[in-house]
Design a protein around this ligand. Structure first.
Ligand code: NI
Length: 156
């Protein structure tokens, strides 16, 4: 979870299979985004779907933020990798992200609201960063204890 992802070299069959796996995992978990990092593949690839109907999959390969809004807001976030934990993270209100799509085409996406937040959250994963790391040491400690407890219960 804390490894920095490397760029995807080319959008080939292997990468498309990874995209399909990520989408399946995300939809199964009813998540709105998933980074390859979360399935232990350390390449710059994320999938997102913030639509109500769950039919607007967005695939971002080698995403780079090319613009961020001057304004930010505190956003309540959770993460499939730290289940049951929700907390506030300061995020840009809007971002422009440049990335390859699943056809290998370079696109720039202008995002605001939930999509903008989701892009920032997933891109953090690619840097080996989980949103709980923005929280105070006290809060992080509490989360660590909670996760250890959950792990112990799972082992039973
Ligand atoms: Ni996450």
């Amino acid at each position: 979870m804390h490894k920095v992802a490397k760029p995807v070299a080319s959008v080939d069959a292997r990468v498309l299979q990874l995209v399909a796996d990520l989408l399946e995992t995300m939809y199964d978990a009813k998540g709105i985004g998933l980074a390859a990092t979360q399935v232990d593949v350390h390449e710059r690839l994320i999938v997102i779907d913030v639509s109500e109907e769950r039919d607007q999959a967005l695939v971002l390969i080698n995403p780079e933020l090319v613009w961020t809004s001057p304004t930010t807001h505190l956003n309540e976030e959770g993460c499939l990798s730290v289940p049951g934990i929700y907390d506030g993270v300061e995020r840009f209100d809007a971002v422009h992200v440049r990335a390859l799509d699943q056809t290998g085409q370079l696109r720039t996406i202008e995002a605001d609201e939930l999509l903008a937040v989701c892009i920032q959250h997933e891109m953090d994963h690619l840097l080996g960063k989980v949103f709980v790391e923005y929280l105070s040491p006290l809060k992080r400690n509490r989360i660590k204890k909670k996760m250890l407890k959950a792990q112990r219960e799972e082992l039973r």
